[in-house]
Design a protein around this ligand. Structure first.
Ligand SMILES: Cc1cc2nc3c(=O)[nH]c(=O)nc-3n(C[C@H](O)[C@H](O)[C@H](O)COP(=O)(O)O)c2cc1C
Length: 172
């Protein structure tokens, strides 16, 4: 499938929408709920068994996905803001919580992402931050971007240890 050409058309996520998907150990999509299809514009057939990166928007810094995978692979949940690309090139912002689901015997079952609408305040703060991180990645690479993300957290009296709570608190 060809990658959509990004446009500046924003798709609305309302306060009652909960966009859910599940993924296997590699991040391939194993389940999507109806609102996922409605907002992204893809059919279930176009999504199942495809990597979640089908939604990857070029405005997203790599470091956010690095942070996501470093943590979920260790069994730790992550709460992060994501700008996603729709099939028609439009986009939508969400705050996503990615959790690791386990089988009764404790073995890995799947990854589950629940995504909700974000506030204008969060959108402003996070799109400014992500634009800076993206610029740093282009010029200096992901390691420098990770340091800049850590510096942003520190400027706000936070650290990677308080990442999830801080991201949640920004959505006011
Ligand atoms: C359960 C789950 C949900 C994910 N949801 C998204 C998503 O909504 N948008 C996105 O760009 N990446 C999502 N990812 C991350 C992707 O797997 C991938 O790391 C990211 O799109 C960056 O792709 P790239 O490394 O190929 O550039 C998700 C991963 C998992 C495990």
């Amino acid at each position: 499938m060809e990658r959509p050409v990004p446009t500046d058309v924003e798709h609305e996520v309302t306060s009652i929408d909960m966009i859910v998907s599940k993924g296997d150990a590699e991040g391939n999509i194993t389940y999507t709920n109806p609102i996922f299809m409605k907002i992204s514009g893809y059919s279930q057939g176009e999504l199942l068994d495809k990597p979640h990166s089908i939604l990857r928007h070029p405005d997203m810094p790599k470091v956010i996905f690095k942070y996501l995978w470093d943590n979920i692979k260790e069994g730790k949940d992550v709460i992060a803001y994501v700008k996603n690309l729709c099939k028609d090139g439009g986009y939508y912002w969400v705050i996503a919580q990615v959790r690791v689901a386990k089988n009764p015997d404790g073995s890995f079952r799947n990854y589950v992402s629940t995504r909700r609408a974000i506030t204008d305040n969060a959108k402003k703060t996070i799109s400014d931050l992500y634009a800076k991180l993206l610029e740093i990645e282009k010029n200096e690479g992901v390691e420098a971007s990770e340091k800049a993300l850590e510096a942003f957290l520190q400027e706000n009296g936070q650290s990677f240890a308080t990442f999830n709570q801080f991201m949640t608190s920004l959505n006011k």
